[in-house]
Design a protein around this ligand. Structure first.
Ligand SMILES: Cc1ncc(COP(=O)(O)O)c(C=O)c1O
Length: 265
């Protein structure tokens, strides 16, 4: 079966095109539900516990009751059926309580990306919720692509850099330390970001303004599917080092960390 053709629906593994839900599900009608995407290396999920924990928090904040052990069992069933694949598992729980999991291919990650500023105000009420309501993030990506860029950089109307629509943003102003916007700016508590902050000795949270980007030496995006991906420029500001030494070190450190964590016991 093709990588993207496998699904699990409420505990039953089946071909994705046979997995159907009711059109009245509020997950569909309102984007009301929670989701996660976990990367799978040779059939082994990376940081699954972190993703399940974040899903539990999201559901709690959204006042959505979920059966986390059933979600975990779904993911395990999908992994068992998928075998030693390289890809990702997307899993979600809708307001109507449907548990859906899908095996997905991870698109080829380009060596670097150019970002376009897209104005964005995080909806405060969704703080701490990775909800199914992602149309704004997807639109930001589309707007950036319409302008000829690879990806969006979400920036508040007051000029604070937040993140990209599906990844966190790191930058270095001095070639020695890395900064990433603080969670208090309402960026997603990204699992990759959190791991990098603890793995990289000179990385910390700090507000980044759009106006300061002209002083950036190097920058990268970080996420489950991208891992670490160099950023070459934002709008017409090109960064001098792509990928810079800190970015290359982050790529290597993160890859080694993944290898170590998913290694068989
Ligand atoms: C808005 C946003 N920021 C950052 C990330 C990266 O998070 P993670 O490292 O947990 O994949 C994502 C991932 O989907 C995201 O949607």
């Amino acid at each position: 079966m093709a990588l993207s053709a496998l699904a699990v629906l409420d505990g039953t593994v089946l071909p994705a095109d046979e997995a159907t839900i009711n059109v009245t599900d509020l997950g569909l009608l309102r984007g009301d539900g929670v989701f996660e995407v976990v990367k799978v290396y040779d059939g082994r999920p990376f940081a699954l516990d972190d993703h399940l924990r974040r899903m539990a928090n999201s559901a709690h904040n959204l006042r959505l009751e979920i059966d986390l052990s059933a979600v975990r069992a779904d993911v395990d069933a999908l992994l068992a059926e998928a075998g030693p694949v390289n890809g990702a598992i997307r899993f979600l729980v809708s307001r109507d309580g449907r548990r859906i999991g899908l095996v997905e291919a991870v698109p080829e990650i380009a060596p670097s990306v150019a970002l376009a500023r897209v104005e964005y105000v995080p909806p405060r009420i969704l703080d701490g919720v990775k909800s199914l309501s992602y149309a704004g993030n997807m639109l930001a990506q589309r707007i950036a692509k319409e302008k000829g860029f690879d990806e969006a950089l979400l920036v508040t109307p007051h000029g604070r850099v937040l993140e990209a629509p599906t990844s966190s943003f790191f930058a270095s102003f001095d070639g020695e330390t890395l900064v990433t916007p603080p969670l208090s700016d309402r960026v997603l508590d990204s699992i990759t970001r959190r791991r990098l902050l603890s793995l990289l000795p000179h990385a910390r949270e700090e507000v980044i303004t759009y106006d300061s980007l002209g002083r950036v030496r190097e920058a990268f995006l970080a996420s489950t599917t991208r891992e670490v991906q160099a950023v070459s420029r934002v709008d017409d500001t090109t960064f001098p080092d792509t990928p810079g030494a800190l970015t290359r070190a982050a790529v290597d450190v993160f890859a080694a960390h993944v290898r170590e964590e998913i290694a068989p016991a």
